[in-house]
Write a protein that binds this ligand. Structure first.
Ligand code: LMR
Length: 336
């Protein structure tokens, strides 16, 4: 038989590790849900000084979970130490918007946080490190990271819209009363914000007699162009209202899916949504971090090409791009 090759552990960074998303994400990584059941990991946990006790608690619990795949834990409040040698960096830490705060106040806090992360990652991360930004404003935080870490290839910097993608799959599966695994190829275009465009025009559903366009199967055609879109756009706000906290379980799970598919590949005939650097595809301004449909192979994503875009979709895609340009301008003004 084939000799069993023992894989070297991969160092994975989670920033904001003491927070709600970190708490839900770390066990997924430890169990092998992210990089596979045969891939040992060394988990690097980073958070800020005021969270040091919670960070210590997560670290203790991670030890207590006794995951055989976890070959080491680095727990620190120092970005340089946290970034050392990491191949995967999941950036969950950021400054959350609090009541009464202006957009600009939040932006200026995050701009400086992500500028700092950029310099730590470019100096200390392993070559080829893949970066996923989860913290809001996710696309613009990723853009700042890209701007201040020019030595990290832009194809290695991404932001999370898989959460919205999964939400869209969930909505369609509920509507059609089919298992969520029997729905695929929705698209989230644009910003991880309420201007995102959840697009079901190319989505398909497994009817038992092959995959059919969702558009042909949904009983009420209007729903996909109205309520479906607003439900997905507003889902984060709805959870926040119900939980008094942002989504954490689903955000962590989506982050896990994002890295899993990026590293291990998307299944044949399936695409997922990722916030990535635009190359001008579909008329989206190059350089923006924008959510596109992508397939992944051998650790690299590529934007799905040649999808037909109608006028309704085009307007929504442009509106989200416009918002991202405004966010970039706001971020730039915070830097000057
Ligand atoms: C989400 O999509 O659940 C979050 O990004 C919402 C938020 O603003 O925290």
């Amino acid at each position: 038989g084939l000799a069993k090759i023992k894989k070297e552990p991969v160092k994975v960074l989670v920033s904001g590790a003491a927070g709600q998303i970190g708490y839900a994400l770390v066990p997924l990584i430890g169990r092998g849900a992210m990089l596979g059941p045969d891939q040992p990991v060394i988990i690097h946990l980073l958070d800020i000084e005021p969270a040091v006790l919670s960070l210590k608690a997560v670290t203790m619990e991670l030890t207590d979970a006794a995951f055989p795949l976890v070959k080491g834990i680095v727990s620190t409040t120092k970005a340089a130490e946290a970034c050392k040698g990491v191949k995967i960096a999941i950036m969950v830490g950021g400054f959350p918007r609090k009541e009464g705060m202006e957009r600009k106040d939040v932006m200026s806090r995050n701009v400086s946080i992500y500028k700092g992360h950029a310099s730590a990652l470019k100096r200390f991360a392993a070559p080829g490190c893949k970066v996923l930004v989860v913290a809001n404003p996710a696309n613009t935080n990723a853009l700042i990271l890209k701007q201040f870490a020019p030595s990290i290839p832009e194809k290695n910097i991404s932001c999370l819209t898989r959460l919205d993608h999964n939400r869209a799959l969930g909505q369609i599966s509920e509507r059609l009363k089919v298992h969520v695994g029997d729905v695929k190829n929705v698209i989230i275009w644009g910003n991880h914000s309420s201007t995102q465009y959840p697009d079901a025009n190319h989505a398909t559903v497994n009817t038992g007699k092959g995959w059919k366009p969702v558009r042909e199967v949904v009983p009420d055609d209007q729903w996909l162009s109205t309520e479906f879109i607003t439900t997905v756009q507003q889902r984060g706000a709805e959870i926040l209202k119900a939980r008094k906290l942002s989504s954490a379980l689903s955000a962590a799970s989506a982050a896990c899916d994002h890295i899993h598919d990026w590293v291990l590949g998307t299944p044949k005939g399936t695409w997922v949504s990722m916030g990535v650097c635009s190359d001008g595809s579909y008329g989206i301004p190059p350089g923006l971090i924008y959510s596109f449909p992508v397939t992944c192979k051998k650790g690299e994503w590529s934007i799905v090409q040649g999808l037909e875009i109608d006028a309704f979709s085009k307007a929504k895609m442009e509106a989200s791009a416009k918002e991202l340009i405004e966010e970039r301008e706001l971020a730039d003004s915070c830097l000057n």
